[in-house]
Design a protein around this ligand. Structure first.
Ligand code: ADP
Ligand code: CIR
Length: 355
């Protein structure tokens, strides 16, 4: 039942990974014993170990190196996913369960930089997968079209501050697309990690962006996840950004059914996004602290924060602007995830002031 070509690619990729100097969690946790145990397994969608690991095989500079081709992969290939999930999210063991959704007391979160000395902008996003559909590598062209129709139809009914318009990637001019990317509103094109994971098939079919007039509320369709729901605005008012996201998610959840696992919370394509799926970030300038990038990373790490470049993951800082966000998303509540970023950024600003 296993395609010999898949087995050959697995064996060859595994051999290359072992001899590479990759620092990925894939390399750390795909031992010979786990490889042998998982190499002949197949989910009911037909996904194999190769579908989980090929991005990390092709990109030895991956931080993680794995994706789940379908929701079942998280259980069938748990021997590989579980230790990766445990390490990335800072402690989530086999018997652990993600807590129920809890957005918390929305009035407890404020502005981290009221004097506007450090924070350029704030963004909070979460990911959602439509129940009943697999992830990118397994989706058919007609499923992409159905999903786009269903989700854009729902979003177009939103009112008030969330009211907006859907812009499909199909037919969008390169100028408009690049402008949206440069302004940090739209996902980039041609991500090699996603491409190697087989996540960009039929591109740009079914992909697009919905946003309100102010571009403070945005939804990405069918990029890495089925939906990425985003709230963002200039300045450091984390509370305002968070409240807008919560309002939007509650509205959308009343109209669409999303995939959630009892153990792993909301299901996403990448294991780093499971659970709350929340990434709360600021674009911040802390020139003294950033003078030594190793020190900036170590300081952020102390507060469970992750540093990215100005254009997001795998990019560099431009004009000294770093993207700092909560790293853990699984095993804590939505409120705690946002609070982790909020409190950590207050500390980072305090340190910057003291230098
Ligand atoms: P994601 O948040 O979806 O995991 P990325 O790291 O690729 O993915 O970031 C997506 C986009 O969001 C990038 O253009 C990035 O610059 C932008 N972004 C992230 N945080 C902020 C922020 N606080 N302010 C403005 N733009 C941001
Ligand atoms: C990688 O492994 O580097 C890419 N597949 C991206 C993984 C997401 N990384 C993260 O830290 N959130």
């Amino acid at each position: 039942k296993m395609n010999p070509e898949v087995i050959r690619k697995l064996e060859e990729g595994f051999r290359r990974l072992r001899t590479s100097n990759s620092q990925s969690l894939l390399k750390k946790y795909l031992t010979q014993a786990i490889f042998d145990k998982l190499k002949s397994k197949k989910t009911s969608f037909g996904s194999t170990l190769l579908d989980c690991v090929q991005s990390g095989f092709e990109n030895p500079d991956s931080n993680i190196g794995v994706y789940a081709p379908d929701p079942e992969a998280y259980t069938l290939f748990a021997d590989l996913f579980d230790p990766i999930i445990d390490e990335y999210h800072g402690g989530f063991k086999k018997g652990d369960h993600h807590p129920p959704s809890d957005w918390g007391d929305l009035d407890c979160i404020g502005n981290v930089d009221p004097d506007q000395n450090f924070v350029v902008s704030t963004r909070v996003r979460c990911g959602r997968s439509l129940a009943g559909y697999p992830f990118n590598p397994c989706l058919t062209e007609s499923q992409y079209k159905d999903m786009e129709k269903k989700v854009s139809g729902t979003l177009t009914c939103l009112t008030g501050e969330l009211q907006g318009k859907y812009y499909p990637l199909t037919g969008m001019s390169k100028t408009d697309q690049n402008q949206l990317i440069d302004d940090h509103f739209l996902f980039k094109e041609g991500d090699r990690f996603l491409q190697a994971a087989n996540a960009s098939r039929f591109w740009p079919t079914g992909r697009g962006i919905f946003h309100n007039t102010n571009k403070t509320f945005l939804v990405w369709l069918n990029e890495e996840d089925h939906l990425r729901i985003i709230s963002m605005q200039p300045g450091g008012n984390v509370g305002e950004v968070y409240r807008r996201l919560v309002t939007a998610v509650r509205e959308i959840e009343s109209k669409l059914k999303f995939a959630r696992s009892d153990r792993l919370g909301f299901l996403t394509f990448c294991p780093t996004n499971l659970g709350t799926t929340i990434r709360a970030s600021v674009h911040i300038q802390v020139p003294k602290l950033a003078h030594n990038k190793t020190k900036l990373d170590a300081t952020a790490d102390q507060y469970n924060l992750q540093v990215r470049g100005t254009r997001g993951e795998h990019s560099d800082a431009e004009d000294g602007i770093y993207d700092i966000s909560n790293k853990r998303r699984l095993g804590l509540t939505e409120f705690e995830a946002v609070k982790e970023m909020h409190d950590g950024i207050l500390k980072i600003i305090e340190i910057e002031k003291s230098l």
